[in-house]
Design a protein around this ligand. Structure first.
Ligand SMILES: [Zn+2]
Length: 199
């Protein structure tokens, strides 16, 4: 059973997935999204019924910070603080979307005790070490397979990781796992998926 760590679509056969959605019935494992791309510029507080809604989900996300898209950085940061506080209070793991904001994310995460996953990671091997040092689970898209230096680190990983199909409907996580050619990776990432969700 291959595990898809982050997707917006129902999983292919022989896969299980953490589905990013706003419908709690959408899949077996669901994560409540509040994407930084879709934040209004006049955002002040998260909706009042949001905590009640989150209770029906396995995780919170994707949420995050994006320097290239979406609302202004101040608004994004203000929203993310509230969401992380809520995840902390409700003991929900968090799926993060991070674009060029790692220092801000690291500073924020110091204030909360959370299980965290960064999805869509295609950064440097050094940055991967920074994430693992903070006990963050790292999810790789198919594009990361082309980065040899990054993939080399997965043969003797120093932290938890997995693979994801995200918005890509042309490839299943089984195919990504097979292409990675990392020995024992399916079983290993299945365990990391369980660890992240606490299942
Ligand atoms: Zn996504």
């Amino acid at each position: 059973m291959a595990s898809d760590f982050h997707t917006h679509y129902l999983p292919a056969d022989h896969c299980r997935a953490l589905l990013s959605t706003s419908d709690p019935q959408a899949g077996e494992f669901v994560s409540l999204e509040y994407h930084p791309w879709h934040l209004p510029e006049n955002f002040t507080v998260i909706p009042q019924d949001f905590p009640e809604k989150l209770a029906g989900f396995n995780a919170l996300g994707e949420i995050g910070l994006d320097k290239l898209h979406g609302a202004s950085p101040d608004i994004q940061l203000h929203c993310l603080e509230q969401l992380l506080q809520l995840a902390h209070e409700m003991n929900k793991p968090v799926v993060l979307h991070v674009v060029r904001c790692y220092q801000e994310i690291f500073a924020l995460l110091k204030r909360f005790s959370l299980r965290v996953m960064v999805h869509g990671f295609c950064g440097s091997p050094e940055l991967l070490d920074e994430l693992w040092k903070r006990d963050i689970t790292v999810s790789f898209p198919v594009n990361a397979l082309k980065k040899t230096a990054l993939m080399d680190k997965l043969t003797a990983p120093r932290g938890r990781f997995g693979f994801e199909s995200d918005c890509n409907q042309n490839i299943s996580v089984n195919e990504i796992i097979n292409k990675s050619m990392i020995p024992g990776v399916e079983k290993m990432t299945d365990q990391y998926f369980n660890d992240f969700l606490g299942i």
